[in-house]
Design a protein around this ligand. Structure first.
Ligand code: FAD
Length: 450
């Protein structure tokens, strides 16, 4: 008896770990290094393809709450992230190499998990060639290989949606001109973790002109695609107006020079990307500019004239299924849609949750519930009063006709704060109470035995 997990990304690794905790055997199929998607390049599991930030840590922030819920639930990916953290103000950012190594080691050392380095091209073929498969979890991510995504569409008639995410460049720290930049946190809050590249008015104008006229890489059907706002390429954002960047990623407010106290017209921020502090990524600089153009145009930013890029910004497609028609709130494919013969769960970005931690959280739920189904135990339904449950409920029961990926946020949670805490005016306090209640609900579930 085994559960087959397809895809060794964040969701697949978390799912496999949860299943192993139930003492059930797992076969985890990962196509790397036999085959790489357009964005993956490491042979390790749980590769972070873009930013090294797993976003905020505080509980008034929904991703902070989600992380805490996963800690309570014994999440493996979040514990590896905590152990690989690098300084990033109020966010949890990780050294991506250390993080992936830790996850890979845990998975490979589990006596219940067998990692098979091969592409799954067909579920039907997989089942016909193996007789120990009792359940499948599909966690192949936003860049699911073509053969498998074609079969998914053919079998389930899923509406396939494409749009593009963009990755920001990563720069070698010692190639940054220290004489032109300064380290500081906005408004001096927390430690001075960011490297700031300040721009005067004329420098910004010259940079802006080149940015909006720079040559972009040819990305198929780009103009027809919906862009996820959080991954909007910097050049596309710039084209909205000359000041758009100054109110977005190049916002100068709260960033005075620590010695001269000088204020600037715009500031580009660089965030630490590895524990050693040798790599920094350009905050908000997701881009589809050609590599040569990135070197030329970003080289106009003070301090980056001779920057060496360990990774240029790139753009990639994102595939997700029409979950509201297909899944229940445990990410399980509804029986009437399943002609495969074994239960199927989906997990990760392919379900329409958006983001590293969100994807991980769906793997956690799918792993727990696939295991419980196999063991004939009652499945665990997380409700909307928790963030982990709110995401699961959102993707499985969104009622509109324009289903779009969703990241963690308080808007999708349902909890009547005032019925428990009385009248609360302060919005931040409301969020804190909502978080407190959510953590209590998760503790109840944990105490009930997960
Ligand atoms: C370019 C890009 C940038 C992104 N930037 C961010 C960001 O900055 N922050 C953020 O929170 N999220 C970002 N995302 C979203 C991000 O992909 C998800 O948050 C997260 O990685 C999804 O986790 P996952 O486990 O669903 O998929 P993945 O982490 O992609 O894992 C899926 C795994 O399945 C494997 N696989 C695919 N097909 C097959 C097959 N047929 N057989 C076997 N194995 C297969 C892949 O090799 C991969 O290892 C980005 C996505 C992309 C594409």
């Amino acid at each position: 008896m085994a559960i087959y997990v397809i895809g060794g990304g964040l969701a697949g690794c978390e799912a496999a770990w949860q299943i192993a905790k139930y003492g059930i055997n797992v076969k985890l199929f990962e196509m790397k290094p036999v085959k790489f998607s357009e964005a993956h390049s490491s042979d390790k599991l749980a590769e972070l393809v873009c930013s090294n930030s797993l976003k905020a840590t505080n509980l008034e922030n929904a991703t902070g709450l989600l992380k805490e819920e996963m800690r309570l639930l014994g999440g493996m990916v979040i514990s590896c992230a905590d152990e690989s953290s690098v300084p990033a103000g109020g966010a949890l950012a990780v050294d991506r190499e250390v993080f992936s190594n830790k996850v890979t080691q845990k998975i490979e050392e589990s006596p219940y998990i067998t990692v098979i380095r091969d592409e799954v091209v067909s579920l039907k073929k997989l089942l016909s060639e193996n007789d120990d498969c009792e359940c499948i979890i599909i966690a192949t991510g936003p860049l699911t290989s073509k053969a498998l995504s074609d079969e998914i569409i053919e079998m389930f008639g899923f509406k396939k949606l494409h749009f593009f995410d963009a990755a920001a460049p990563v720069i070698l720290e010692d190639s940054i001109d220290e004489s032109k930049v300064f380290r500081a946190a906005r408004y001096g809050k927390g430690t001075a973790d960011y490297i700031n590249c300040p721009m005067k008015r004329d420098e910004y104008f010259a940079f802006y002109e080149e940015l909006i006229n720079a040559e972009c890489a040819d990305v198929k059907d780009f103009d027809k695609l919906d862009l996820y706002e959080g991954c909007m390429p910097v050049e596309s954002m710039a084209k909205r107006g000359i000041d758009t960047l100054r109110f977005g990623p190049l916002k100068p407010v709260g960033l005075r020079h620590p010695i001269t106290n000088e204020e600037y017209y715009a500031v580009v921020q660089l965030r630490q990307d590895n524990i050693e502090g040798t790599l920094f990524n350009m905050v908000g600089f997701q881009t589809r500019l050609k590599f040569g153009e990135q070197k030329r145009v970003f080289g106009m930013i003070p301090g980056l004239e001779h920057a060496e890029y360990v990774r240029y910004g790139v753009m990639h497609k994102n595939i997700y299924i029409q979950s509201p028609d297909m899944l229940d709130s445990t990410y399980r494919l509804k029986d009437e849609k399943n002609s495969i013969g074994v239960p199927i769960y989906f997990a990760g970005q392919i379900t329409g949750v958006e983001g590293y931690m969100e994807s991980t959280s769906s793997g956690l739920i799918a792993g727990i519930n696939a295991s419980r189904e196999l063991l004939n135990k009652e499945r665990i339904i997380f409700k909307n009063d928790t963030q982990i449950g709110a995401l699961a409920n959102y993707v499985s029961s969104y009622a509109g006709n324009d289903f779009q990926p969703m990241g963690a946020n308080f808007g999708i949670m349902h909890f009547d704060v005032e019925s428990v805490y009385g009248r609360v005016k302060d919005k931040k306090l409301k969020k804190l109470y909502t978080a407190e209640n959510a953590l209590n609900r998760v503790k109840d579930i944990v105490n009930g035995g997960v």
